[in-house]
Design a binder for this molecule. Structure first.
Ligand code: AMP
Ligand code: GLY
Length: 425
């Protein structure tokens, strides 16, 4: 089978590695890919949102399966684009544009959850027309407040102000100054939920689904969960406090109602769903939906799946997901992100990366790297994800951190406390 994978991050590097191991793979192309995906397939300089170029490439290279890694092409409608007659023979792993609204619009997701009785925080939708209701909300409720830009904002669209004054200033910036352009013309205010966060993943064809390993990511830049939010500084899987009873609750109260909701509203879905959850006094509530795998979550989920990824996709296309076994390993996985100095704010790129060849007990997934003059160099804020596996979390973490000691680039930074709160578990 010939496969085209869209995206360029650590998630796509982990997907490319897993696809390369598939029995039925012939050619693997990644558009645009990065310095690490080259090891598993051929990179092509096509933007993941350039649908015309993607169409031409698919037809010229007899692509059988198109896999969408990131959210932007999904929200822009890649699945719908491939429904046209001349592209219909190509199988697409992506949600329809309407389904991708679960990630593309926070207000849409809240409405979907409310309508389908899926546990989530109370909320209020705000635009310029009812801005006064937001000020009233800040008067009536106590901080912290939760303000979310409705549309995609590269992980920066959620703020948690600690005072009424700050909340008022921020909502004005979102709505009146359009801090995130059209994405913040509408915002969602949410009740603040206090609890432990974790994430659950499924692969679905819109009717049936397969449960994938759960994970917990570390979003803040610095140790002790301090500093700015990032795309993710590290991740662990499985999550020690998520037991069988909690997973059963999530399946019956969140996953099944979500699948039923997709069917009721005629929302075609072929792909991964990422449920961002928070456990509040024994009750799991949905914080967000993502219509894709997470990054760096993928870098701990896929290494724990011993199944053939193309076989999983085929089972979805042929309605056999219910009997598909993802062969989830009992091992623990951890990944630690190596980032550029300054990230998530301004940083420099282009520094040579050395030492990866000396890593033997971990997988090094490339996130922001490229090849320049035959040399691997940094090319993003998040540069490498170093994944260790082990019989328990402690062993997995040892393998991640031991590997990191062998890798070097100028200004290399990482969090030294990924997963440590659970090490004794
Ligand atoms: P989101 O992009 O919606 O996942 O939000 C980003 C982060 O903001 C989450 O991972 C949480 O840490 C935090 N957050 C979002 N919504 C809430 C909420 N209702 N209560 C508390 N924290 C929240
Ligand atoms: N790590 C969070 C995300 O992929 O959205």
């Amino acid at each position: 089978m010939n496969v085209l994978l869209l995206g360029s991050g650590g998630r796509e590097c982990a997907l490319a590695r897993k696809l390369r191991q598939s029995q039925s793979l012939s050619n693997l192309y990644i558009a645009p890919g990065n310095g690490g995906t080259l090891e598993y397939g051929k990179n092509r300089a096509i933007a993941a949102t350039d649908f015309t170029a993607i169409e031409n490439f698919c037809l010229e290279n007899a692509i059988d399966i198109l896999i969408c890694g990131p959210e932007q092409p999904a929200v822009a409608g890649i699945w719908d684009y491939f429904q046209k007659e001349e592209l219909k023979h190509i199988q697409v792993v992506a949600p329809s544009q309407k389904s991708a609204m679960l990630e593309g619009s926070k207000a849409f997701a809240k409405e979907f959850m409310t309508k389908n009785n899926i546990p989530t925080a109370q909320y209020l939708e705000i635009t310029q027309d009812n801005l006064a209701h937001a000020y009233q909300w800040f008067d009536e409720k106590s901080p912290p407040y939760v303000i979310k830009a409705d549309g995609l904002a590269e992980g920066k669209g959620v703020v948690l102000p600690e005072s009424k004054e700050e909340a008022t200033k921020l909502i004005d910036e979102f709505i009146l100054d359009r801090k995130f352009g059209a994405s913040s013309a509408k915002v969602v205010l949410e009740e603040f939920l206090d609890g432990l966060e974790f994430s659950v993943f499924i692969y679905t064809n819109g009717q049936q689904y397969v449960m994938l390993p759960n994970a917990k990511d570390y979003k803040r830049r610095f140790e002790g969960n301090k500093g700015l939010n990032t795309g993710g500084m590290g991740c662990i899987s499985p999550v020690p406090f998520v037991d069988k009873a909690l997973m059963e609750q999530v399946e019956s109260q969140v996953i099944k109602p979500t699948i039923n909701g997709l069917q009721k509203d005629s929302m075609p879905y072929t792909g991964f769903i990422y449920f961002g959850l928070i456990l509040c006094q024994g009750q799991a509530k949905v914080i967000e939906y993502n219509c894709r795998l997470g990054d760096p979550e993928t870098e701990v989920i896929l290494p724990r799946m011993d199944c053939d990824l193309l076989a999983l996709f085929q089972a979805g296309f042929s309605n056999q997901l219910e009997s598909f076994n993802p062969e989830i390993s009992h091992q623990s996985a951890s990944t630690v992100m190596l980032v550029s100095e300054g990230y998530p704010e301004a940083y420099e790129k282009g520094f040579p990366i050395t030492g990866i060849e000396n890593v033997h007990q971990a997988n090094v997934f490339h996130a922001g790297t490229t090849i320049k003059d035959f040399q691997l160099v940094t090319n993003g804020g998040r540069v490498l994800a170093v994944t260790g596996l082990g019989e328990n979390l402690k062993e997995a973490l040892f393998n991640s951190y031991d590997a990191i000691e062998r890798i070097r680039f100028k200004g290399m930074k990482f969090r030294s406390d990924i997963g440590f709160e659970f090490e004794g578990d």
